[in-house]
Design a protein around this ligand. Sequence first.
Ligand SMILES: [Fe+2]
Ligand SMILES: [Fe+2]
Length: 309
Amino acid sequence: MTNQRPWWLRTLLSGRRQALTTTGWVPSRRAPGTAGADLRILFLGDVLGRTGRDTVCERLPGLRRDLRIDLAVVNAENASHGFGLAPDMAKALFAAGADVITLGNHAWDRKEIIPFIAENPRLIRPLNYPPGTPGAGSVLVTLQDGRKALVLQAMGRLFMDPMDCPFRGTAEVLSKYRLGHSVQAIVADIHAEASSEKMAYAHTFDGQVSLVVGTHTHCPSADAQVLPGGTAFQSDAGMCGDYDSVIGMVKDGAAMRFWRKMPGEKLGPAEGPATVCGVFVETDDATGHARRIEPVRIGGRLSQAMPAV
Ligand SMILES: [Fe+2]
Ligand SMILES: [Fe+2]
C-alpha cells in the first residue's frame, strides 16, 4: 500500500527533528553547547556605494533567517561612494543584521567615523594601525543565545601602506582567547592585496581561528576550503557591489587611467544591480573549527551561489 500521508507529516512521524520557518520546513539545530551543535557565520565582503549598501540592507535579514546565521560580519570600508563609511550607513547595516562591521585602508576616508568608532565597539578597524589609533582591531561579541565570538581584522603589508606586523598583532590578540573554550568562534578578516600574504596568514593561524577571510581586492576567489588544522579560508570574499565596473568604480574612467596614464574623470561608484558576495561557514561548537565553508553570491551579474542548509 502506498503511503498517502503528505511529505511533511511523514517527516514528522519519522522522528526527524524539524522546525517551521518562513521559508518552509528545515531540520532543527542542536542546542548550543551540546554534542554536534554548530555555529553559523555569514561574512560579506566590501560593501561598495549606494547599490552595495541598499542591496545588503535589503538581503541581510532574509539571509540571516534562511541560513539561520548566528554571527554576521560585514566589511564596509567602501560603503560611502567607494571611500569610507559614514555613521548613518553603519547604523543602517547594524539595523539590517550585521553583528560586527570591519573596515580597512579606507577606514578614515569619512572623518565622521572617528568619534563614532570610539563609541561603537562592534565597528572595528585593522589591529595593526599604530598605537593610539581610534577604535579597536577586535571585538568579543555575545550572540543571542549567549555564546561568544571574537572578530578581528588585520591589514596586509604587501603592496599596501606600511603598517605594524599583522601576524604579530594577531598572535597577541589570540593569546588572550582559547577557541572552543573561552570563545565558540573566531573570525579573522585579513584586509590585503596579495593572495600570498593572505594564504600565509591563514596557514599561520590554522587551528587557532574558525575563519580567515580576505577582503580588499573586491573579487571573490574560488579557493574556499577548510585547512588541515580546521580553519575555514577564502582568500577574498569579493565585494557587495556592481560587477559591471572596475572593482566597483565606473568602468570608463577607471579604464582610462590604465590606458592613457593621465588623470581622467573622478572615480565614482558603479550603481547598477549589486551582487551580495561573501562566505557561509558552519563550525563545530565543541572545537570552534569549521565543518564547511561555502561561497555566497546573490543578485547582480555574477554566477549565483547559495549554500544548502
Ligand atoms: Fe581596502
Ligand atoms: Fe575595499
